[in-house]
Design a protein around this ligand. Structure first.
Ligand code: DP6
Length: 330
């Protein structure tokens, strides 16, 4: 009863920020992302009769505490669905810098959901897999699909209609994302805690939620017509709105560092010099920059020379979940 799956992380252009149900991970708004080929997790799951508890190795190191708890709680869902009471050995390799705004939880939980459901003998459709993945980490439900995906928040209280759907496949459009790494340190306020505080205390939260349907309409039209400036402008504006909600929270907080703002300003200067480039930022200090293939060299060179930038990692649009047959993986 073993399976191995690979899932890529995703970057939201229209952000998920706020839950209506914490236990089931049901969001207050739809979100839309690009799956990235450069950052991924590969996870093997084996259910074994002889185990007396779950085991979780991340990058070859045994994990305990809160991270382990999230994995084992997720495996309980899989066991419940399958009606089997078997413990599992989970081994995951992350090609994503953990917890620095690179959503390693997205690729991690998508790979875990795919590998564990397959290993235990569930034969889930992509929709069912996305719905299950959502309960590990919300943003992860979009990583089931390659290309562009939208997570539909759904209306039902039990979350049965809250899952991602594909918007456009990987080959639809070759746009690029540069991940600008400023700090690989663990972030201070997790996305989970940050969005909770925002929902509970920020007077800006209501305005954020109300603005989403319009943003989604514009971005979907832009993706459809491959209108880069339309997509970039709305993604950047949506990111700024999300981050504005954190400044209104009590106590207020921000994920930005001084270098985060420098990168944002440099991207705006690139645009002033005629190069269409747009930024987006998740719940961490690092910035992701959207650009077109013909501007790769200039964009990369410009970002690398900003003081405080430690690395720039380039990525194309990536693929959805895949299953690896090999017993061994890297
Ligand atoms: C800012 O998916 O990490 O990256 O559902 O609590 O696990 P949980 O949160 P998570 O939040 C991601 C928030 C975001 C925006 C996004 O990816 O849409």
């Amino acid at each position: 009863m073993k399976a191995t799956a690979k899932a890529h992380t995703n970057i939201a252009l229209i952000k998920y920020w706020g839950k209506r149900n914490e236990a089931l991970i049901l969001p207050t708004n739809n979100s839309l992302s690009i799956t990235l080929d450069g950052f991924y997790s590969t996870t093997s799951v084996e259910f074994k009769e002889e185990l007396t508890g779950d085991r979780f190795l991340l990058d070859d190191i045994a994990v305990e505490g809160e991270q382990f708890q999230r994995v084992t709680t997720f495996l309980d869902l899989v066991r419940d669905l399958a009606g089997k009471e078997l413990f599992a050995e989970v081994a995951s390799i992350n090609a994503v810098p953990t917890a620095a705004g690179f959503a390693s939880s997205a690729s991690g939980f998508a790979a875990l959901a795919a590998a564990s459901s397959k290993a235990i003998g569930l034969n889930l459709s992509e929709t069912e897999l996305s719905r299950l993945t959502r309960q590990g980490s919300g943003s992860a439900c979009r990583s089931v699909f390659g290309g562009f995906a939208e997570w539909q928040k759904g209306e039902e209280e039990d979350g049965s209609d809250s899952y991602a759907v594909p918007i456009a496949p990987q080959e639809h459009w070759d746009i690029r994302v540069a991940a600008v790494v400023l700090s690989s340190k663990m972030k201070k306020v997790s996305s989970r805690a940050g969005m909770r505080r925002t929902v509970e205390t920020s007077p800006f939260f209501k305005g954020w939620v109300e603005s989403i349907p319009q943003d989604l309409e514009v971005i979907k039209d832009g993706i459809n017509n491959k209108d880069f400036e339309k997509v970039g402008a709305i993604a950047e504006a949506n990111c700024l709105k999300m981050h504005a909600t954190t400044l209104g929270a009590n106590p207020p907080f921000t994920y930005w560092l001084d270098t985060t703002v420098s990168v944002m300003q440099t991207v705006q200067q690139l645009r002033d010099s005629g190069i269409p480039a747009y930024f987006t930022i998740d719940a961490g200090p690092n910035v992701k920059v959207l650009y077109l293939p013909e501007h790769e060299e200039k964009v990369q060179e410009t970002l690398r020379t900003i003081p405080g930038v430690s690395d720039v990692k380039l990525s194309r649009v990536g693929q959805g979940i895949s299953y690896l047959e090999d017993e061994k993986f890297v």
